[in-house]
Design a protein around this ligand. Sequence first.
Ligand code: ADP
Ligand code: MG
Length: 270
Amino acid sequence: MLENNALGPPGSSRVSEQPQEIVNSPTELIVSVKNLVKRFGALQVLNGVSLEIKRGQLVAIVGRSGSGKSTLLRCMNALESIEGGELQVCGHDVGSPSRLARRELRSDVGIVFQSYNLFPHLTVERNITLALTAVKKHSRAEAGVIASRVLALVGLQDKAASYPEQLSGGQSQRVAIARSLALSPQLMLFDEVTSALDPELTGEVLKVMEDLSRQGMTMVLVTHEMAFARRLADVVIFMHQGRVWEMGPPEALFNHPQTAEFKQFISSGL
Ligand SMILES: Nc1ncnc2c1ncn2[C@@H]1O[C@H](COP(=O)(O)OP(=O)(O)O)[C@@H](O)[C@H]1O
Ligand SMILES: [Mg+2]
């Protein structure tokens, strides 16, 4: 099962079907991953991952802990180097560090993690405007206007002057999302952004992500929220042992799992 088989895992015909329809509209491709290989020392973490994401899609990546989901997201934002394959993200050649304009990539691709990483000594507004003034060279006034706009998008316009310790976990995560949106990304990556939240706070963050997707943002989510993935994702990807094991529209995928590994994953209720 684990030998390098370019056609993907046995029994999973959908993996090879996926890229075909996308070939018809190449201008809409936001992410193209071909045979991506990532190692940490002797450990091969991504074993030839291939996938494509079109503008406006919501893609949910699911799978057990350690299957390589976070590493794949981090590669898409050039937070990790890669050892093999090709990786194009928002027109940037991420697989070729010498040609990669990292700063441009990072403003085209937002990433939000489980931990919010807000500066505790800065207000919500300043947490958001910092990169706008320091990196994007906006004036404080311009940055303030952008901060108000993105805070409104996540329903927190009244928290601009608050400090992170005055926010709930759900509100903090929404500020982290707003901070990313302030840079006008074309693609948003979310790595288990609700996993550290109490269940009653999860919903407000999922709602923000649902709204964003409905407004047309291209999004990749690593998530344990199966109901959310099932209801809203255009494509669900099941990763297993560093490979795309199954991939397709959620209803087809969840109703007709092709592999024992995915069946087991679904029935384990993760
Ligand atoms: N910086 C790192 N150094 C060494 N090993 C790592 C590093 N990051 C992740 N790994 C290993 O890579 C594998 C995949 O990790 P990860 O992508 O975090 O999986 P997931 O997000 O699916 O839980 C795991 O075996 C993990 O221990
Ligand atoms: Mg992870």
